[in-house]
Each structure stands twice: as structure tokens, then as C-alpha cells.
Design a protein around this ligand. Structure first.
Ligand code: GLC
Length: 456
């Protein structure tokens, strides 16, 4: 009997755990993987932060940072008129940079809606511009074959029933002050509003591929899933758009189906992120400079190589990169963003095979110094990105029985597998190593890539 229990115990625990797990919807890990495969193959998307804050041109958090009141902020609403907005041009720029999908702010923390909502007057159709930005944007981006995503801010610094918290422009310090500030505010009303609006954006614009809810900050003077009604909200999202990919910021990490991707922001992960010991799908969102919204006087722009490394390194750890543009209030991209996209596109044009459909290389491939590896499991090819161009001899340690052929990716020119050049070089190689004979001159590519055809 004892042995029987011992044998059955693990199975019982598993059954119990899956019964016990909190669920938004039913889906096996395989089904989830399949549902998300277009996205994990795409690897590279554009984030777009656009709203009234583009006019202040000093960060999308300007209302909070400068503790601006609704009255003072109103001037931006009254003059908003992006006369040069041309979403087809934006979509073409994203596409030629190599991006496969895009996520736009339908509403940011300031509360202003870039779409025509039934539930508020604080929306783009009531500004001098007068038209639904989101509608035009969706049509243009979809026409270019890009995946469509909406960012929607859970936080709202304009809604009169949204209770004032620690990150609100009118934030306070003591509980008494908060009680006083919030005595006439009812979060339940806002909760309903937010649900209604998410329903609108997921109903009125056709198939939506990604929903980006932002963000929870549990704790003192914070907000969590109970404030947002996240469980009900996520259930509705799954019902309305069963194929959608949902980010992880509605505070539902412990709910099956409560999120699809982890979203590390503005820093690099040291390894493929895990949840409960398992590698998960992830996307890092990053800016060209320090701000998401258009920031005229901000000058910490990353250079082309930094941006490419960001992309390659992300894929080398199994993730996606969502790279942000903050358009101006005229509706154009900053010239620095244009330039950055153009340069990335130049590289992507010749090297995107090391990005699309690629992931982290299997563990038995040693990573040579100053390189990043990616791997395409379908074609069984390995990509070695040369961050610092080596001098002629390039050892691949332990690769001896693995390599069939090697070439530069940008021009498909053979890289021969030969004995190393130079006195005493051969002795530095082990039996299991091979040497690739690289040309002396670095090819005219920011980061050259070696495409290695592996043996089956
Ligand atoms: C943060 C910021 C926000 C930005 C977002 C992008 O949560 O609040 O301004 O939209 O990150 O990930």
C-alpha cells in the first residue's frame, strides 16, 4: 500500500496542482507556443508612444514629473493637430527597418485617447485634428503586412474617478492626505471605464495581434489586479481576440493564460528569462534615447552598433525586441529616429536570416570571444555575429564534427575551413577545434555575420 501511494503521489500532486491553478483560459503549453509562433519568429517590432505629451516634448511622464494639473494640461488637448501624420509612411519605415509588427499607444498614462471612444470626450476626435488616429494607423500598418498591437495604459491621470496614488501627478505622502484626495473618487467606476475601453479597441479595429496593458505597481499607494479587475479583463480579452498575445503587466503572473510574454524594459537580461524554472517567451522594449514620448532636448541616443547588438543579443537569448519611436506632434518621426531605422534596415536587408525564425543556440556550441550566436532550428544553421572583427584566424572550439560549410551572410561568400596561418598557431588548436580563414579586411557591414551550415 505504502509503495502504491509513493508511486501515485507525484501524479496526484500534478493533478492537484493543475486543478488548483488559477486560470484565465484553457490552453496547453504546446497550443500557446503554436499561437505565438508568428511572433516568436518575427523577433523585431516597433513601439510607438504618441499622445498629447509629444507637444510638451519633454517625456511622456511630463504631467507627473512637473505635477501639472488637468487645467494646465488642457492646452495640449486644445491645439493637438498632427497635420503631417502619414501612417503609411510610418509603416514603410518600420518595414524597411526589418520590423514585423508594431504596438501603438491607444491611451497612455495621461489618459488621452488616440481612438474614438464612446466613453469619454477626452479623445482625439475632439481635438482640432478631429480624426481617429488609431483607425488610420491600423489600416496603414495592416496594409503593409505588419502585426498590429495596442498599448493601453491601465493608469489614468485624467479620469475623475481614478483614485490618486503614489505615481499620480497629484500624489501625496500620508494616508490621511490620500483619503482626503480620494474621498469623492470611486475606482469601481474607473474599472468599468477601462474594461469598456479595452472592449472598444478590441472590437472596433478588426483582428488585433498584441495587447500591451501597462502597468501594475502593487503595494503602498499602489495599484494591483484588484484595482484593474484584471481577471475579468483578461478573460474578456481572450474571448474577444482568442489569438491575441498579452503582455505581463496586469499583475496576473500566477494565472494560467493571464499573460504570454515577459517584458523587461530598458535593460538587458543576463540570460533567457524563466518563470517557475521554465524559459518563457519574452520581449524587451527599448528606446533610441531615454524617453518613450518625443523629447526634443534629450541627447542620449544609442548608435547603430548599440542598437544592432541590442537586437542580436535579444535573439541570442530567445527574445524579441520592441524598439520605440516617439513621433512629434506634427506626426513625423524625429530625424534621429529616421536615421537609426535606416541604418538598422541596411544591416537587416542583408543579415535578417540571423534574426527571423532564430533563437538561442544549443548549449553545446561554445560562444567564441566577442561574438553573439543565434540559431535557426528549422534550417539547422548557426549564426556567428562578429562584434569585434578577428584577425584572419578564427577558431571554433569544439566545432570539429559539427560544421558542413561556412559563409558570410551578407554576400554568401565562402569562408574556408583551413589550418590556421602563422607560426605556432596550429599548436593552439585542439583536435576538436576548427579554424575559419577570414579575410584581413572587415567586410563593409557594421556587424558581419558568419552563417554556418551544420551537419545533421
Ligand atoms: C513604463 C512607463 C511608460 C512606458 C512603458 C513602456 O511603464 O511608465 O511611460 O510606456 O514603460 O514599457
Amino acid at each position: 500500500m505504502k509503495t502504491l501511494i509513493k508511486l501515485l503521489l507525484p501524479a496526484l500532486l500534478v493533478v492537484n496542482a493543475s486543478f488548483g491553478q488559477k486560470k484565465i483560459w484553457e490552453e496547453t503549453p504546446e497550443q500557446q507556443k503554436e499561437r505565438m509562433s508568428w511572433y516568436t519568429n518575427a523577433r523585431f517590432g516597433m513601439f510607438i508612444h504618441w499622445g498629447l505629451y509629444a507637444q510638451a516634448a519633454r517625456h511622456e511622464w511630463v504631467k507627473k514629473r512637473e505635477r501639472i494639473t488637468d487645467d494646465e494640461y488642457q492646452k495640449y488637448f486644445e491645439i493637438f493637430n498632427p497635420d503631417l501624420f502619414n501612417p503609411t509612411q510610418w509603416a514603410k519605415k518600420a518595414k524597411s527597418a526589418g520590423m514585423k509588427y508594431a504596438v501603438i499607444t491607444s491611451k497612455h498614462h495621461e489618459g488621452f485617447c488616440m481612438f474614438d471612444s464612446r466613453y469619454t470626450d477626452y479623445k482625439v476626435t475632439n481635438t482640432p485634428y478631429g480624426k481617429d488616429i488609431i483607425k488610420q494607423w491600423v489600416e496603414a500598418f495592416r496594409a503593409e503586412g505588419l502585426g498590429i498591437g495596442f498599448y493601453y495604459s491601465l493608469i489614468d491621470w485624467h479620469h475623475p474617478e481614478y483614485t490618486i496614488d503614489g505615481i499620480h501627478p497629484q500624489s501625496a505622502t500620508t494616508q490621511e492626505e490620500y483619503d482626503q484626495l480620494n474621498k469623492d473618487r470611486d475606482m469601481a467606476v474607473y474599472r468599468e471605464y477601462l474594461k469598456n475601453q479595452v472592449r472598444e479597441i478590441l472590437t472596433n479595429y478588426g483582428k488585433i495581434d498584441i495587447l500591451w496593458l501597462d502597468f501594475s505597481f502593487p503595494g503602498e499607494f499602489g495599484k494591483d489586479r484588484n484595482d484593474w479587475g484584471s481577471v475579468e479583463l483578461a478573460k474578456m480579452v481572450r474571448e474577444l481576440q482568442p489569438g491575441i498575445i498579452l503582455n505581463d503587466r496586469a499583475d496576473l503572473l500566477d494565472y494560467a493564460g493571464g499573460w504570454d510574454i515577459k517584458t523587461p524594459e530598458q535593460f538587458k537580461v543576463t540570460k533567457w528569462p524563466e518563470v517557475n524554472g521554465k524559459r518563457v517567451a519574452w520581449e524587451t522594449c527599448q528606446t533610441f534615447s531615454g524617453s518613450w514620448g518625443y523629447y526634443r532636448d534629450e541627447h542620449t541616443w544609442k548608435d547603430n552598433k548599440q542598437l544592432l547588438v541590442l537586437l542580436i543579443e535579444t535573439v541570442s537569448k530567445g527574445g524579441n525586441l520592441l524598439l520605440n519611436v516617439g513621433p512629434t506632434a506634427r506626426g513625423t518621426f524625429d530625424h534621429r529616429a529616421d536615421n537609426a531605422l535606416k541604418e538598422m534596415g541596411e544591416w537587416m536587408k542583408y543579415n535578417n536570416r540571423s534574426i527571423y525564425n532564430c533563437t538561442q543556440a544549443p548549449d553545446d556550441f561554445r560562444v567564441p570571444d566577442n561574438t553573439l550566436l543565434t540559431y535557426n532550428p528549422e534550417t539547422n544553421r548557426l549564426y556567428i555575429h562578429l562584434l569585434d572583427y578577428p584577425l584572419q584566424n578564427f577558431f571554433l572550439k569544439g566545432y570539429k564534427d559539427k560544421v558542413k560549410y561556412a559563409q558570410f551572410l551578407h554576400d554568401a561568400s565562402e569562408i574556408r575551413i583551413t589550418a590556421p596561418r602563422g607560426y605556432g598557431m596550429q599548436e593552439q588548436m585542439a583536435d576538436s577545434d576548427i579554424n575559419l580563414a577570414l579575410p584581413v579586411n572587415k567586410p563593409n557591414v557594421e556587424i558581419p555575420v558568419i552563417e554556418v551550415f551544420l551537419k545533421d
